[in-house]
Write a protein that binds this ligand. Structure first.
Ligand SMILES: [Mn+2]
Length: 473
């Protein structure tokens, strides 16, 4: 047999799997009892934090996301914990100053994160630099922390093999520890993956991680061809929360590579126990409607139109609101034109919403760019960063006539803001991390802080140990 080269697995059930299937609603109490078993699998990493989990914890679950992280760290002392980090947006929806980005990285690692996967919706590497540099600094100081740069995978004229190879080299020069190809829409086809991984492997020595979704039904095959071409890490989800808009099933990929040079060596009986643990929760989610069977199937339109599934459903609801569902095909044809006008960005949050909404406007108004959203204007102004291709000068002239555009890294224009943010929220602060929760989601965090305080006071009344005057919180 050829030299052993076990494929590494990043398990996503504690983050992307439930973000993709049940709107990020898995509470910490469901996670905790199974951590000990998950810790024994030997996963390369468990993705458990970041992405939408932070917002959903505070907003819907009324949980402190930092506390969740600490509990997972305690429950899985031997496994690397991974998070998803949206470059200069961190986990929020605007560009933050560098001091907020650095502080967030620092606290993420201090509370238990090992691997930070950092991406940007335009693949503008300048928007990743602050987070990557902060991670590298901590790694040099403490020996912990791994900066993985993720490239948003997309199709289009600009995205040649040369483009991906050039990006891989630049990522290596930035000092990242690994590269991820982040295929959020499940667009990467098996034979294309083979080509892509082969090309990128020739350009860099960094480990390559492939992250896809089963949305269009090809991800399992794509992983197989990618691993054969030298892909080092694949992202999978335990079967009860796999497939559909989530990742391929962990157990299936493990079995697929069994007995080959890529054999993970994982214990299928242990994996079965973990799956058995999550199965009743899956049933419960189906029963309550949290898990909609609609997201479990194959969405072939994703492949046909090369547009993420979520973007298509947004577009349908926007058209429905305007009683213009008959314009569906017109808008579908307009999307690639708008994308070209805007420099052909990958279609991922927030660029997917910007392009999709503008395409709807262009069709409904009967004149292209007669009206433009504020986000379209900001994208054209350069406020999201640089696109791979130049934007259409005629569109710029029509939408933001005479305005100055920025070409620098957008965050260069933002003054450090930690002190001000802390001053704004100090009445609620119980831990340093609260300042960061507030920085990202001021209103949602404030509501959470008030809820937390009420809970603590309520607990004090009912559970207070009167004799010792101890007040558990
Ligand atoms: Mn994903």
């Amino acid at each position: 047999m050829a030299e052993k080269k076990p494929v590494k697995i990043c398990e996503t059930i504690l983050r992307d799997a439930h973000q993709s299937l049940i709107a990020t609603r898995m509470p910490t109490e469901i996670m905790l009892p199974i951590l000990e078993k998950m810790d024994k699998v030997g996963y390369h990493s468990v993705e458990c934090w970041g992405g939408a989990t932070f917002d959903a914890s505070l907003r819907f679950l009324k949980e402190d996301p930092w506390e969740r992280l600490r509990l997972i760290r305690k429950g899985m002392p031997n496994t690397k914990l991974q998070m998803l980090f949206r470059g200069q947006n961190i986990l929020g929806y605007r560009h933050y100053a560098d001091d907020v980005v650095e502080n967030f990285v620092e606290k993420s690692i201090a509370n238990g994160i090992d691997i930070i996967r950092i991406f940007d919706c335009l693949n503008d590497l300048r928007n990743l630099k602050a987070a990557v540099d902060a991670t590298i600094k901590i790694k040099q100081r403490e020996g912990r922390g791994h900066a993985q740069i993720a490239l948003s995978y997309t199709l289009g004229d600009a995205y040649t093999l040369d483009y991906w190879m050039k990006m891989a080299k630049e990522i290596e020069e930035m000092g990242a520890d690994s590269i991820c190809i982040k295929d959020m829409a499940g667009l990467l086809l098996p034979y294309k993956a083979q080509e892509l991984i082969t090309a990128m492997k020739s350009a860099t020595n960094l480990p390559i991680d492939l992250h896809s979704h089963y949305t269009s039904g090809v991800a399992g095959m794509t992983y197989l061809k990618a691993v054969e071409a030298g892909c080092d890490i694949i992202d999978t989800a335990m079967s009860p929360f796999s497939m559909g808009t989530s990742q391929p099933a962990t157990e299936v990929m493990v079995e697929t590579f069994k007995g080959t040079e890529y054999d993970t060596g994982y214990d299928q009986e242990l994996l079965a126990e973990i799956a058995d643990y999550f199965a009743p929760y899956r049933e419960e989610c189906l029963k309550t409607g949290l898990l909609n069977p609609k997201v479990m199937g194959v969405n072939i339109k994703t492949l046909l139109y090369q547009v993420p599934g979520g973007m298509l459903s947004n577009m349908v609801s926007q058209l429905k609101e305007q009683n213009a569902e008959d314009k569906y095909n017109e808008v579908l044809n307009e999307i690639p034109r708008v994308r070209k006008d805007m420099g052909e960005p990958p279609l991922v949050t927030p660029s997917s919403q910007i392009v999709g909404t503008q395409a709807v406007f262009n069709v409904l108004m009967g004149e292209r760019y007669k009206m433009a959203t504020d986000q379209t204007k900001d994208l054209l102004r350069g406020k999201y960063g640089q696109t791979v291709k130049p934007m259409n000068p005629e569109v710029i002239e029509k939408v933001i006539p005479g305005e100055e555009r920025i070409t620098c890294r957008p965050a260069d224009l933002i003054e450090n803001e930690m002190d001000k943010i802390e001053a704004d929220m100090k009445e609620y602060k119980q831990q340093d991390e609260d300042v960061l929760s507030y920085a990202l989601f001021p209103q949602v965090a404030t509501d959470f802080f008030k809820y937390r305080q009420a809970q603590q006071e309520k607990i004090d009344v009912t559970k207070a140990d009167k004799k010792n005057e101890a007040y558990p919180v």
